[in-house]
Design a protein around this ligand. Structure first.
Ligand code: GDP
Length: 195
């Protein structure tokens, strides 16, 4: 994919603020600090399009990035901060659900996990949500530069088991730092958009 333009189009706190048009959207979900912003920035070849890592209590928003005027990447608020209040967690869940359930533009969700660790219960829940709304759920196992390539398959198995993923081809090891498998992630995105 040749990136001609990428820009932050809208920051939404609720669904009345979503862009109104027919562009396809691919959303990115994941735990805070997992490397979601770095993945988005690497995909579009920018250093700082997506916000980088949040601090606890940062505003929870859904960010819409317009790519080439053709489609959008949607950055969902990260989850899993131990320090956030119950009210914030509930707001988060409501926001995500409102987006996943009703957004007609949404065609796929990428779940970002850390390749080094077994996914957590929040990741498992997120993956279940993704599947229950009828998406494939592509799992990007990021920070793959932090382990040797020889360990990738073993870690993929751990991820596959925890998330109960049927097809392990939907788990893509990736590194933003070393740009590993960038082509493969783009290929998956292109396949989704072309359908
Ligand atoms: P987010 O909260 O999920 O958006 O996470 P960020 O993209 O801000 O990344 C969190 C931290 O992980 C930052 O310090 C990044 O530099 C680091 N990071 C993200 N992706 C990678 C990666 O592929 N490899 C390595 N080594 N570090 C990464």
């Amino acid at each position: 994919m040749k990136i001609i333009s990428s820009e932050l189009q809208t920051i939404a706190g609720n669904k009345s603020q979503y862009p109104v048009d027919n562009l396809f959207e691919i959303a990115f979900a994941g735990k805070s600090n997992v490397g979601k912003s770095s993945l988005i920035n690497t995909l579009v070849n920018r250093n700082n399009l997506a916000r980088t890592s949040g601090k606890p209590g940062k505003t929870q928003t859904i960010n819409f990035y317009n790519i080439n005027g053709d489609f959008r990447f949607v950055d969902l608020p990260g989850y899993g901060y131990a320090k956030v209040s119950k009210t914030q967690r509930e707001k988060w869940a409501q926001m995500i659900e409102e987006y996943l359930k009703f957004r007609q533009n949404l065609i796929e969700i990428m779940l970002v996990v850390d390749i080094r660790h077994e996914p957590g219960d929040h990741d498992a829940l997120m993956y279940q949500w993704i599947k229950s709304y009828g998406f494939n759920g592509i799992v990007i196992a990021t920070k793959a530069d932090k382990i040797s390539k020889g360990q990738w398959e073993k870690q993929k198995t751990i991820i596959q088991r925890k998330l109960q993923i049927e097809n392990r081809n939907f788990i893509i090891p990736f590194s933003a730092e070393k740009r590993m498998n960038l082509d493969q992630v783009w290929k998956a995105i292109e396949e989704i958009i072309m359908v």
